[in-house]
Structure formats: structure tokens, C-alpha cells
Write a protein that binds this ligand. Structure first.
Ligand SMILES: [Cu+2]
Length: 128
């Protein structure tokens, strides 16, 4: 009787842990499978966002996968009214948008991330 109860409890714990781990791994795999353009944000002193010139197609949905290599930043594409959630070191922040105009557009950081924060910028080139 005692052995059966212990065995059942062990099975229950394994099922709970296994299900939780499975959901976590599945969600991680989904995130990594998205075809996104990865940009690593860095302060101006640490080399600025990399890459800081990105080409995307016009009239097609583009996905940006943003992370930080130092401190918290934000991605702002003012010409398209795009503001990301905060971009934290070691985490991913996603921004999707569909440009409807070709040309060169600056993206900037909107968090005071360092003394030279106002120089943290890059360029999105929407190709025709
Ligand atoms: Cu900044």
C-alpha cells in the first residue's frame, strides 16, 4: 500500500514537471522558428545597434527580434509610429510591421541608456 502511494506520487510529480517543461520548450521553439531580423541593441559607447542598417521589402510584413547586449533600450521607428516594449539584456522583444512606403527611415532608442543615448540609432531601408 505504502509503495503504491509513493509510486503514484512520483508518477504525478513526473507528469507535472514533464508537462511544464514540455510547454516551455515548445514555446521557446516557436519563438526561435519565427523568421525575424535580429538586432542587438548596444549603447553608443558599446558600438550602437548591430546591424544598424537593415533592408526590408515594401508592403510585406517584417518581424524584428530585438535584444540588448548591455542595458535596457527601446526601438522606435517614428516615421511608422512604431514603439517596442522595453528591450532587456538577454531577453527577446518582437516588433512586427508592414511598411507601405519605400525609402530610408531612422530608428532610435527612446530610453536614456547612456550619456550618449541620443546617438543610438540605425536605419531601416524599405526596398521597392
Ligand atoms: Cu538609449
Amino acid at each position: 500500500m505504502k509503495f503504491t502511494e509513493t509510486f503514484a506520487n512520483v508518477l504525478l510529480i513526473l507528469a507535472i514537471v514533464g508537462t511544464t517543461a514540455g510547454i516551455f520548450l515548445y514555446e521557446n521553439a516557436l519563438e526561435n522558428d519565427r523568421e525575424c531580423i535580429t538586432i542587438h541593441f548596444r549603447t553608443y559607447e558599446n558600438g550602437n545597434p548591430t546591424p544598424n542598417v537593415v533592408h526590408i521589402p515594401n508592403n510585406e510584413k517584417s518581424c524584428f527580434r530585438l535584444t540588448s547586449d548591455d542595458t535596457t533600450h527601446m526601438f522606435n521607428l517614428p516615421d511608422f509610429g512604431i514603439y517596442s516594449e522595453p528591450i532587456h539584456p538577454g531577453k527577446w522583444t518582437y516588433v512586427d510591421f508592414t511598411p507601405e512606403e519605400a525609402g530610408e527611415f531612422s530608428f532610435v532608442c527612446t530610453v536614456v541608456c547612456s550619456p550618449l543615448h541620443s546617438k543610438v540609432r540605425g536605419k531601416i531601408i524599405v526596398d521597392n
